[in-house]
Design a protein around this ligand. Structure first.
Ligand SMILES: Nc1ncnc2c1ncn2[C@@H]1O[C@H](COP(=O)(O)OP(=O)(O)OP(=O)(O)O)[C@@H](O)[C@H]1O
Length: 497
């Protein structure tokens, strides 16, 4: 078995054709994913128990067993292990049966590197969401998984609410601005719920175009629309008995809202283009950063669906309203960034902490995490000084505090905004020189990330925070702009969709 470092992910490829395993080994050669291979079902079962892979690629035809039978056994050993079925073009029915039995996805041979890469990375993320424990308020050094930190009264209420609601089989609506920790809450509910041994599937409704979202959720029959050359099993069917997390539910369009309502009320649905009624036993957790009540008033969101989803609501406060949490989170992210980057920044200078505390954190915890990470990348020495913080933080913190009404709030109408580029005006060569002077081992990623952050913030600023217009000017989709804003922790006071 290859050496595996603790943070490494492990993929098991089960196929009797050595060329297939060789292809996977080649594709992930320089990555954090180590590839193990098995040519028979019995070898696969042994490796699943001994090496505990994070995902399995499974050929349906094996010399000593039928792939689908093996899949059933794998499910009994570990029902949360994502399994991707690999089939020849003519095995369509097998792939469908596998999906109905709960396989995560399938790939048709000959495999193409792009879709293989995408499916494997998705499987790893699905596994992470299911098994990475979310511990509440424990930031100790033996941590494995994500911690949810917070000592503020508002977060204490959130922790209590998670405890109250997790073991009840009801829908939960999780509300809060972007980056406040909604996904963490969803995972904590799942992990403490009655369905914790069953799958947890997350779907970001804003990240998938409407037409695809319907078939992603409900599946489709062959010929349901142009391009539907095979029957497809949707996430609701795959998630049978489990928990489905619908992130950004406010972005779901009306026809889909009706279909989802039926799943909640009658526990039934039909695949796109199908007439067979399928029963659905899923617990729905939904999240939104939008003012759903206003969307109900304006007819954009079905009121009956809102009431159904809102069996219980957990509202995450924005970071700027969490007294005491910023210091805890700064310390937590200092430790995690040190571990991740192999740095030894022992403490954060009191001036830097006070600057960070004065900032309004429109991107919430995600933005704070990104700022600390970025500052630690750039720091030399053992103390993080204010000089290593992005200029925007210093600039805003030295100004009088803005009234709360001027910043983005979940229920506010899209209005005025203020999006600022993160870095001071500088030439690209200055930016590169600055990064080079930190002798980082992630120079490429650091520079590209800063350029991306600067570019997107500048264009958004120019477009008055209008994501659609910014996307048009940048030549990328609105979904991509939005996910970059989140990922890069770009501070926006107001997003205009
Ligand atoms: N209380 C917390 N303690 C530690 N880390 C946190 C906390 N809240 C959020 N985070 C971290 O911040 C990042 C963003 O959290 P998460 O994705 O859960 O936010 P979100 O509200 O779902 O965002 P979005 O609406 O943009 O999807 C994650 O890396 C998460 O681990």
């Amino acid at each position: 078995m290859p050496d595996q470092s603790p943070g490494d992910l492990c993929l098991l490829v089960v196929d009797d054709e050595p060329a297939i395993a060789a292809l996977f080994k080649h594709v992930f050669a320089d990555s954090e994913i180590s590839v193990l291979s098995a040519g028979t079902a019995s070898a696969a079962l042994e490796l699943i128990q001994s090496a505990k892979p994070d995902a399995v690629m499974l050929d349906v035809v094996l010399p000593d067993a039928d792939g689908l039978q093996l899949f059933e056994t794998v499910k009994q050993i570990d029902p949360q292990l994502p399994v991707v079925i690999m089939t020849g073009g003519q095995d369509g029915q097998t792939a469908i049966s596998a999906m109905q039995q709960g396989a995560m996805d399938y790939l048709v041979k000959p495999l193409d590197v792009r879709s293989l890469n995408k499916v494997v990375r998705h499987a790893m993320e699905v596994r992470r969401l299911m098994v990475e424990p979310v511990s509440i308020e424990r930031a100790d050094s033996n941590r494995t998984g994500s911690s949810m930190i917070g000592c503020s009264p508002a977060m204490q209420e959130v922790f209590k609410a998670i405890g109250r609601v997790a073991a009840q089989n009801i829908s939960v609506l999780i509300r809060g601005e972007s980056g406040t920790g909604k996904e963490l809450v969803a995972r904590a509910i799942f992990q403490n719920g009655l369905r914790k041994e069953k799958p947890f599937i997350a779907i970001n409704c804003a990240a998938i175009p409407e037409a695809l979202l319907e078939s992603e959720l409900f599946g489709h029959e062959k010929g349901a629309f142009t391009g539907a050359d095979r029957k497809r099993i949707g996430k609701i069917e795959q998630c049978e008995g489990g928990t489905l997390f619908l992130d950004e539910i406010g972005d779901m369009e009306a026809p889909l809202q009706s279909k989802l309502l039926r799943v909640l009320q009658e526990k039934q649905f039909e695949r796109v283009g199908g007439s067979e009624t399928i029963s659905a036993d899923v617990r729905i957790l939904a999240a939104t950063h939008q003012g759903i009540e206003k969307m109900c008033e304006s007819g954009k969101f079905r009121e009956d669906l809102y009431y159904r989803l809102n069996g219980y609501t957990i509202s995450l406060p924005p970071l700027r309203e969490r007294d005491g949490d910023i210091e805890l989170l700064i310390e937590f992210f200092r430790q995690t960034a040190n571990e991740e980057l192999g740095k030894e920044i022992g403490r954060i200078a009191p001036e830097a902490i006070s600057t960070l505390k004065k900032y309004s954190w429109p991107g919430n915890v995600r933005q704070l995490q990104s700022v600390i990470h970025q500052a630690i990348v750039q720091s030399s020495g053992s103390v993080l000084l204010p000089d290593f913080l992005p200029p925007l933080i210093e600039r805003e913190s030295s100004q009088p505090v803005l009234p709360t009404a001027a910043v983005d709030t979940t229920d506010a109408e899209p209005a005025s905004h203020s999006t600022e580029p993160v870095a001071e005006t500088q030439s690209v060569s200055e930016l590169i020189a600055r990064h080079c002077s930190h002798h980082s081992a992630t120079l490429y990623d650091d520079v590209i990330e800063e350029v991306e952050r600067e570019l997107i913030a500048t264009v958004l600023n120019k477009c008055g925070g209008n994501l659609t217009e910014a996307a048009r000017q940048l030549g990328i989709t609105r979904t991509t702009v939005r996910s970059k804003v989140n990922k890069l922790g770009i501070g926006i006071r107001k997003v205009v969709e």
